[in-house]
Design a protein around this ligand. Sequence first.
Ligand code: PRX
Length: 635
Amino acid sequence: MNHSFQIKNAQDYQVAYRKSIEAPELFWATVAATFSWRKPWARVLRWDFRKPEIAWFEGAQLNITENCLDRHLQAQGDKPALIWEPNNPSDSARTFSYRQLAEAVNECAWMLRNNGVQKGDRVCIYMGMVPELAIALLACARIGAIHSVIFGGFSAQSIADRVHDAQAAFLITADGSYRGNKEIPLKEIVDEALGSCPFVKHVFVYRRTGTVPNMQPGRDLFWDEEVAKVHAAGSLFFPAEVMDAEDPLFILYTSGSTGKPKGVVHTCAGYMVWTTYTFVNVFQIRPDDVHFCTADIGWITGHSYIVYGTLCAGATSLMFEGVPTWPDAGRFWDIIARHGASIFYTSPTAIRSLMAHGLSFLKGKDFSSLRVLGSVGEPINEEAWHWLDEQVGHKKCPIVDTWWQTETGGIMISNLAGVTPSRPGFATLPLPGVKPVLMNEKGQPILGNNLSGNLCLAAPWPGMIRSTWGDPQRCREAYFTAYPGYYFSGDGSLRNEKGFYRITGRVDDVLNVSGHRLGTAEIENAIGQCPGVVESAVVGFPHDLKGQGIYAFVISSSEQDASLYEAILNTVTDVIGAIARPDKIQFVRGLPKTRSGKIMRRILRKIAEGDMEHIGDITTLLEPAVVDEIKAGRA
Ligand code: PRX
């Protein structure tokens, strides 16, 4: 597929950027015109960040799956849309052509509709990385249901929280999933979660591992049996539901600095245009590309660059069920060679972990298909950047360092592969339509370069968050109140002399552990549920592999022994999932608090980092002596 909006050189980028800022409506109308619509828009953009209110392509009607699938069938129905590499390298890979993927999505759409799923219903999806996960997302979109994918590593309680918050009457899962040498009993975890969700009408169960799950009669249905009924009934084509541009497409829960994770809402038209536009331009897509994105579809990266953006652009998406280090640390390289991947989009944590395994796993591997490398999710340290460049890209593949968030829907700041310059550690320049602003402590925009501040966005872009599910006020408070009139990202950033942005990390109480976002409040709440814990404070600390590690300071009521340590880890695993387990726990007698009772995390952060010299003034604390005690007992 040819994309008329593809930027071809550095000058093109300058022109596109200028147009997008000077006349955004005209710019995005031109891009949007290349998609397939049921009805054109009446208005390109309406916005007011103070409310906030953001609407793109109002009045238009569409179905995103007609753009991901149907519109490609005539010209490239036999082209691979999805290639799936299973966990076990000796099992066969599966390839779906665009035609086959469309058929699978239509079947699944019928399965859902025949069992009562209607437009606007919420469907939670808790599966491993099997093709049916991508198919389930698309099937929901086809019938107008709002999907909410829950990452397969989350616990029963996390599932229950999300099912409740979304009031989802339907859930799609599998009997189990494979990750390396582990088998995860997904259905069992779902059963535990749904004990507190009596309003769930149906659970669809895809058979992956072949373990026999417990099936609740009337509620639980096997995917294959339901699809067989669809076939028996005859016609497979499911006429796509006609959606309004601003109808919700999906909810994806993500952590913030306060409270429970919030449901970020993305809508049909803007998200489609943004993910496709950014995909084509950042990776500089060519017709024969095989795009290997190693993220899980449980996170936004998988939504946007395994499923929606990739398929809308008519490219080939390669998805992988397993883990990078099983059966050995050469697995990614084998997958690249086996399927001829031309783009490899991964996380700094994955790169660092493979670096740590040594170069022997790269020896003799065939990297010749690679053209572009990409990084996402956390700041990439220069060492990892150079390793990727030299050992994987053989200095021939541009690396795109893509900064974005669940809330932004797609890539916001990044170089464009081979078109705009890269620089290790820098995400570099904003995509067309993106207006970054750095704010100083007084809440004023920083005008000069070589300065750091809090990263805000001054204008709307089509893929931006529209609301937080069930609680629009929370969206306003989290993103639009810190700097009135701006969207606040929660990240800090430096802008260098060339205007390149370097993202320095979160400036709020959100941690980024191996590229996974976790709120300190959320982890503290989980730790607090462990019997024997009186209070805790959680901060991040630099971690060689994970980027950030979790450091918990805990006041306990009982003996502080190994069993309490274990109990805390287990409680966190039960409440959130293993990804939130603290790396270090330090039992303390007290926490540094101000006279009004506020925990001074700044002090704890310094101690966790081991930076005892810069703890700063502690004389205003309620009990300054605890600081010395905590310093002395550092874990
Ligand atoms: O801190 C930034 C970091 O990841 C956060 C967003 O996390 P999430 O919503 O889970 O989405 C991750 C995948 C898009 C950001 O606030 N982050 C993401 N990309 C980068 C990054 N930090 C530095 N450089 C990046 N390229």
